[in-house]
Design a protein around this ligand. Structure first.
Ligand code: GLC
Ligand code: CA
Length: 544
């Protein structure tokens, strides 16, 4: 049953921060919590309600913090627990909540649990991880790790293999063990006591693995585990929780985001993000965007979750290439296409997530060669594919279009050295286009991409139809335009967006002729019967 009072996170907009690339406060070249505190006023000005921070816990940083060695402390690189308390308090003063990123599928191999676990089979922590017998050189099966190589690693001390879905330094936790679950719940409650506003749950659909059956995602006990997790922790507070679920379909998402609150608030699903992957191939092998399918998929999620679940809305995160480089235009139409993508997304039903720099129209980066890159996934792929005989050119092209470092270059604050990100040497180079694309040039500029995001966020707060309205797709077969209506009892929206660099024939339906335009991405009025390149508008009217 839908709660009477609308939960706060339904009308919220969340901003994702990748802390190591956001703002460096002490000149060591790595972003940190004091840097986030410095920029709270900027975020307040943008109008967001919550900040999701990618992991800042103690970590050897094999996968930039997605390998945690102490869940109850902050990595010195980012600051201290005191800084985190200060961030929570300072954000709260500005009406902003802090969402932490929990990596519960695996820990770091340097976590004390794993250090103990690998000492002996009798060690009380041994069963915190997933072990199988075998002989050296012959793993239990041929499962592969997401970052390359076998998913099994031999430990001579115990004469067993441990299972890792990601890097060897990210051993999978054994959720079958109730002690592991209890440790996790206590840790979450401890963070709730410190005043956090919610959690993002990393690769949560992979926790219930059954490696003997080669099952990783959507294991048989998944929803049982999640319901217990939610009951023991989240339900004791008023939190936004969002699970990362690459393997979700709408049926599963209805369980995850059941309005009875038994699991999470919502999930990140990726169906719309995987359309350019060549069927049967890896994420590095791309095909052109099938636009009509994209619309169908977006519409499917909107319709299926209406009233019985809740969508997250996003184009970008720290694992994906920049949306403006992907579906927009990096050149002449960069600003207008960045705004178009924002309008198309923020008009839908769900909780929008803005990834740092997206609000400036930041683009992918094309560094000269592999030595400039830092991401473990790209580096491993480079080695594997070069060894397999791919050309350097082809491998670099994949990294340019798809690599995760596209989203991880430092935030572009201004046109000073290192884009104002650091006084020292940045851990990864800044995108050279910071001279043109940076926050300082946009914040007070009424026609900027930033201003467009700001306006979209404030519209969501001003008109309930953004939160409540039912979605209906228009022009299903149109090859250029994504158009839809949102309607609730009192008001209606019409959103239309041209996803191409060509004019798109379009005539505004009669009933919308007199409607008010809430937002548009061209300064001058459109007098032709088409949408201009990447043009997007939202119309609003009250229902008669
Ligand atoms: C998620 C994170 C990604 C990380 C992986 C392993 O997909 O978003 O950055 O590498 O999980 O934790
Ligand atoms: Ca720093």
């Amino acid at each position: 049953m839908e709660q009477k009072k609308i939960r706060w996170w339904k009308s919220a907009v969340v901003y994702q921060i990748y802390p190591r690339s956001f703002k460096d406060s002490n000149g060591d070249g790595i972003g940190d919590l004091q840097g986030v505190i410095e920029k709270l006023d900027y975020l307040k000005e943008l109008g967001v309600d919550a900040l999701w921070l990618s992991p800042v816990f103690t970590s050897p940083q094999d996968d930039n913090g997605y390998d945690i060695s102490n869940y109850r402390d902050i990595d010195p690189m980012f600051g201290t627990l005191k800084d985190m308390d200060e961030l929570i308090a300072e954000a709260k003063k500005r009406g902003i909540r802090i969402i932490l990123d929990l990596v519960l599928n695996h820990s770091s191999d340097e976590h004390p649990w794993f250090q103990e676990a690998k000492k002996s089979r009798e060690n009380p922590y041994h069963d915190y991880y997933v072990w199988r017998d075998g002989i050296p050189g012959t793993p239990p099966n041929d499962m592969k790790a997401a970052f390359g190589g076998s998913a099994w690693e031999w430990v001579p001390e115990v004469e067993q293999y441990y299972f890792h879905q990601f890097s060897v330094k990210q051993p999978d936790l054994n959720w079958e063990n109730p002690k592991v679950r209890r440790e996790i719940y206590d840790m979450i409650l401890w963070w709730m006591d410190r005043g956090v506003g919610g959690f993002r749950l990393d690769v949560i659909d992979q926790i219930a693995k059954e490696p003997d059956l080669k099952i990783t995602g959507n294991g048989p006990r998944l929803h049982e585990f999640i319901r217990e997790l939610s009951r023991e922790t989240f339900q004791k507070g008023d939190l936004l929780t969002v699970g990362e679920a690459w393997g979700a379909d709408p049926e599963k998402a209805k369980l995850y985001s059941n309005p009875d609150g038994s699991e999470f608030s919502m999930v990140f699903q990726f169906e719309h993000m995987m359309l350019e992957q060549e069927p049967g191939k890896e994420k590095w092998d791309r095909i052109p965007l099938p636009f009509v399918r994209l619309k169908r998929i977006l519409a499917k999620w909107q319709e299926e979750l209406y009233g019985c679940g809740w969508n997250s809305l996003f184009w970008d995160n720290h694992d994906l290439p920049r949306i403006v480089s992907r579906w927009g235009d990096e050149g002449k139409y960069r600003e207008v296409s960045a705004k178009m993508l924002a309008i198309a997304l923020h008009g839908m039903q769900g909780t929008p997530f803005v990834y740092q720099g997206e609000e400036l129209g930041m683009t992918n980066v094309h560094f000269p060669d592999i030595t400039w890159y830092r991401d473990i996934e790209s580096l491993n792929m480079y080695k594997e594919r070069m060894a397999a005989g791919y050309s350097e050119h082809a491998v670099m092209d994949s990294i340019y279009s798809t690599g995760r470092d596209n989203a991880r270059t430092p935030m572009q604050w201004d046109d000073s050295k290192n884009a104002g990100f650091t006084q020292g040497d940045p851990w990864m180079a800044v995108n050279p286009n910071y001279l043109q694309i940076n926050a300082a040039a946009q914040v007070h500029h009424p026609d900027s991409v930033f201003a467009c995001y700001q306006r979209l966020i404030s519209l969501r707060k001003s008109y309930p139809v953004f939160v409540e309205g039912r979605f209906r797709l228009l022009l299903e077969q149109d090859q250029q335009i994504f158009a839809y209506v949102r309607e609730c009892e009192k008001e209606k929206l019409l959103v239309c967006a041209n996803f191409t660099s060509r004019p798109a024939p379009f005539s505004l339906p009669e009933e919308w002729q007199e409607a008010e335009i809430l937002i548009q991405n061209y300064p001058e009025k459109n007098t032709e019967s088409c949408l201009r390149p990447y043009e997007a508008l939202i119309y609003r009217k009250t229902s008669e």
